[in-house]
Design a protein around this ligand. Sequence first.
Ligand code: DAH
Length: 329
Amino acid sequence: MLKKIESARKNFEDDISKVTNPTTLEELRIKYLSRKGIVAQLVEALKEMPKEEKPKVGQALNQFKNFTSEKFDELRTKFESHSKSKREFIDLTLPDRQYTIGSKHIITQTLDEIKEIFKGLGFSVYEGPELESDYNNFEALNFPDDHPARDMQDTFFVTKNFLMRTHTSPVQIRLMTEKKPPLRAIMPGKVFRNEAISAKSYCLFHQVEGLYVDTDVTFAELKGTLVAFAKQFYGQDVQYRFRASFFPFTEPSAEMDVWWQPKGKDGRWLEVLGCGMVDPNVLLNVGIDPEKFVGYAFGMGVERTAMLKYAINDIRILFDNDKRFLTQF
Ligand code: DAH
């Protein structure tokens, strides 16, 4: 009898080690602990034992019985707490996960605004590639090989003859080569300069180039167009001035400054764009007869323009993608 109990215990241990879910646990309970289960059968057998053996066997049987029900309870609680924690996980009262919707970057917004204003002034929008030939970026724009103006721009050369454009002016060349005048377009895009990064300069920024070529374009029209732009962009009461300047691709050339007045601090003039009458050499380079056609051109930095308008004092913040900054616009 003791041996029977011992082997029943071994079987039970073996069986219970294979239990993985409440269903198999219940099958095991029926097999061992139900009214006709193995434990009950052993209790029946105990009754037939000789009197003097009963206490010893009875004790062993009791131990077995306690052992089985203990193990059984242990597993049942384990399964119950498991399913309970699962139920708590599906909490239908929890609010939905919030997804934030992105918005246009302040530079894109500024570009859009500039485009809208110039579209209103009769300009179309034309784009060129960021990887440009040395010819389009410098040569055709009247920068000779050894011209000191080339030093004004620290260029990222990709090969000897190809570079990351340092300004959007080469798009003028592309436009005038591809299409016949009259031409009136703005050319927005990214430009690249191999400059030390600081609060004022970054290796990448945006420009908007403008070009108007026709038979009777004047400097007065250029000024009128830029003033109309500045009033729409910065506000009707914007203060501006034009200064004589130099660019290889325009003659005469000028720069436009806008008065910058931070609250409670000293104001100053800030240069916002370069401009001028297209140099006859540039027209010759693209096969347009300078005796017949004249043009004006201008180019402005978008970051500079946005920083001025929104009082941003460090250009790097425009490229950081910090949501605390971006969500302010
Ligand atoms: N390309 C010049 C620059 O990057 C800006 C510029 C000046 C563009 C005068 C023009 C212009 O079209 O006429 O600094």
